[in-house]
Design a protein around this ligand. Structure first.
Ligand SMILES: O=C(O)CCC(=O)C(=O)O
Ligand SMILES: [Fe+2]
Length: 166
């Protein structure tokens, strides 16, 4: 995720609010349904728009929106990673520089029974990932979610037979 010169701060939010109905119904005991990383590709400073985080916001019994003043900038060196719960309030910072970009890479994982924010499955043709491991196929949305050991059917039907055969 690159943030260009002059870009305003992103509104603080919880990534788990992608599934708002679930988050609202379960807060403040919302399980970890999504965990994200922001990895510095260069040095990422507050001035460049480092991700801002509200420490402890995942434990507040009240679901509320925080002001920027309650957040801290997670500055990174190249190769550092900020790892954050989807229940923690955060947002991309403003880039206050005139001509420098914030260069960072965002990688997140999502519980298999939820539709992810990004439709990674559409990045690959059917069959294109056949020589990849089952784990990679599942991470990229090309393998059914296997709900064992809980009861319930597989989500998406393509691999259900494979699941039952195991
Ligand atoms: O760019 C950032 O630092 C954070 C981005 C983010 O939180 C999001 O897009 O959900
Ligand atoms: Fe976010």
């Amino acid at each position: 995720m690159y943030i260009g010169p002059g870009e305003k701060a992103q509104v603080l939010h919880n990534d788990a609010d992608n599934w708002w109905a679930f988050m609202k119904a379960t807060w403040p005991n919302t399980p970890e349904v999504t965990v994200s990383t922001m990895i510095g590709l260069d040095t990422v400073t507050e001035e460049l728009g480092a991700t801002r985080v509200v420490p402890g916001s995942h434990r507040n019994p009240e679901l509320q929106l925080y002001a920027e003043a309650e957040s801290v900038a997670a500055e990174l060196e190249a190769g550092d990673a900020l790892v954050y719960s989807g229940n923690v309030q955060h947002g991309g910072g403003a880039n206050r520089t005139k001509n420098r970009w914030r260069r960072a890479m965002h990688v997140s994982v999502v519980a298999g029974w939820l539709a992810p924010e990004e439709a990674a499955a559409l990045d690959f043709q059917l069959g294109e990932l056949d020589d990849q491991s089952e784990r990679v196929q599942r991470m990229l949305g090309h393998r059914s979610y296997d709900p064992r050991p809980h009861r319930g059917g597989g989500l998406w039907l393509r691999h259900v037979k494979a699941i039952e055969d195991n």
